[in-house]
Design a binder for this molecule. Structure first.
Ligand SMILES: Cc1cc2nc3c(=O)[nH]c(=O)nc-3n(C[C@H](O)[C@H](O)[C@H](O)COP(=O)(O)OP(=O)(O)OC[C@H]3O[C@@H](n4cnc5c(N)ncnc54)[C@H](O)[C@@H]3O)c2cc1C
Length: 462
């Protein structure tokens, strides 16, 4: 079987390798850089930046503790250079993996001629296949207001190669995950940061307690957060300005750099989907197996609009390829965790406490303050909490971890939900001491009112 994958981001290259494992003849077409958004201008660059930001913060904290005499100056260009080294190394790694799996890689832009044929723009050649997997990803959205379309006004795509220096004022429009992660970085390297968010809180789709507590932490670190703030106009000629109303009062923010982080939109306009009669609106519609309305054409990752997360794109790619080779087998229902790589991080899975309450779902909630965990205290990372949501029979339905390295702990809760565990069924699991993960044990035990390291008063006050 010949499978052509369009788009070499994390969804596309994962699907391509999985298809090669099934011994298919695989072609991977990428018009830009292998690794797509995640590797080149998304997950990896932001996390490289945030890693260095944490080092800078740790040095500052250590100075306050008397461990260092002074805080040395940091070099923002070196942070960018280190990011480039990481990205290049990982990109080379993906290319080697594709080569080792005998995947034919084509650097080109593909568009459909019909349901069985693509046209390659640069080569000016056609390519046909039995199955196509569209993995063309997404791009940053811009606000539909004056000034927002100007290239002078950055999106996340522009943040990774040009240094912003300490003392500069950065205004982030949008307090979602990307906006908050960028704010965390710019604040740590010494920029003055303002977040402008239209909703009544930052991170509106994340656990309310975690988002509110993170906002408090950011404000203490001198980040200005304007909520209920509607941007009406952006002045894209220096000095850049954001004109907005905050609680109906007009506000003007003057900044050295304005960055829009107001969501993303699926990329498929150059695919000529109409030639293959593939249905789309703002995204490409798919079923549970990620098939489009044309059964041998799949669409995975950001382009189908289901998740907008890298690990979701990769997981969907694997499900789609499994379905190509085993169409009779039921598809895996994916349980996708989400993470904000703030400081502390916020990781969530499954049912959210506020949503459960809104929908009158009866739940029990276990909570644990990580300041009562030895390893958190040792690492000086004692801000945060863990929440575990169960049904009335104590079956685990959801969790939010607001803590240092929450991203590394959330898979435990994901697995618990996926394997239908109850608090009682996990009681035999012994966590090593001292670890951050012991906090999970305490949060789960708190569902039964049995957390060893919680005072009842503290538990009720998270
Ligand atoms: C700043 C930022 C930080 C992020 N951080 C995280 C994070 O920490 N964790 C997380 O899970 N997610 C994160 N994301 C989201 C994540 O990057 C995306 O969900 C992920 O990249 C989607 O993968 P994809 O394979 O669907 O698409 P993409 O990675 O966008 O790849 C699509 C590829 O298709 C190519 N392409 C498009 N059209 C064509 C065509 N016609 N022919 C050939 N090639 C084509 C593009 O050039 C691109 O390389 C972040 C995103 C941003 C912007």
């Amino acid at each position: 079987m010949k499978i052509v994958v369009i788009g070499g981001g994390i969804g596309g290259y994962t699907a391509a390798i999985k298809a090669a494992q099934y011994k298919a003849e695989v072609v991977l077409i990428e018009k830009g850089k292998l690794g797509g958004t995640c590797l080149n201008r998304g997950c990896i660059p932001t996390k490289a930046f945030l890693h260095d930001a944490h080092i800078i913060d740790a040095v500052r904290t250590s100075k306050a503790q008397g461990i260092f005499d002074s805080v040395p100056n940091h070099n923002v260009q070196a942070i960018i250079d280190r990011k480039d080294t990481i990205v290049t190394r990982l990109r080379d790694g993906i290319a080697s993996l594709c080569k080792a799996n005998k995947i034919e890689m084509i650097e080109d832009e593909a568009s459909f001629i019909d349901q069985n044929t693509l046209f390659l723009k640069n080569k000016k050649e056609n390519i046909s296949a039995d199955v196509f997997i569209i993995a063309t990803g997404s791009m940053p959205s811009r606000l539909p207001i004056d000034g927002a379309q100007s290239e002078e006004i950055w999106t996340s795509d522009d943040c990774f190669d040009t240094p912003l220096l300490p003392g500069m004022h950065v205004c982030l429009i949008g307090g979602g995950v990307i906006g908050v992660e960028l704010a965390t970085f710019y604040k740590s390297i010494g920029c003055n940061v303002t977040i402008v968010e239209a909703q009544k809180r930052i991170l509106p789709s994340i656990d309310r307690d975690a988002a509110n507590q993170l906002a408090t932490i950011l404000k203490k670190q001198s980040v200005t957060i304007l909520t209920n703030a509607f941007v009406k106009e952006i002045k894209s000629v220096s000095p850049y300005q954001v004109i907005c109303t905050v609680n109906d009062i007009e506000h003007k923010i003057v900044a050295d750099r304005i960055i829009q982080s107001v969501g993303r939109k699926a990329v498929f306009s150059d695919l000529k989907l109409e030639n293959a009669r593939i249905e789309s609106n703002k995204v490409i519609q798919v079923n549970d197996a990620y098939q489009t309305n044309v059964s041998h054409i799949y669409a995975i990752g950001d382009v189908n609009g289901q998740s907008w997360l890298a690990h979701a794109a990769a997981a969907q790619g694997k499900v789609a390829v499994d379905h190509i080779f085993n169409p009779e087998k039921p598809t895996h229902q994916l349980l996708i965790p989400s993470v904000v790589y703030s400081d502390p991080q916020i990781a969530s899975i499954g049912l959210d406490e506020a949503i459960a309450k809104e929908q009158n779902i009866e739940i029990n909630v276990g909570k644990f303050l990580v300041s009562a965990n030895g390893k958190h205290v040792v690492e000086g990372k004692e801000r945060g909490f863990i929440k575990v949501i169960t049904d009335k029979e104590n079956k685990i339905l959801g969790s939010t971890i607001f803590s240092h390295l929450a991203s590394e702990m959330i898979p435990y809760m994901t697995q618990a939900i996926l394997t239908h565990q109850t608090i009682e069924s996990l009681e035999g699991v012994v966590f090593p001491h001292p670890t951050l993960t012991e906090s999970l044990e305490d949060a789960m035990a708190d569902v039964l009112g049995m957390s060893i390291h919680s005072f009842p008063k503290v538990r009720n006050n998270i």
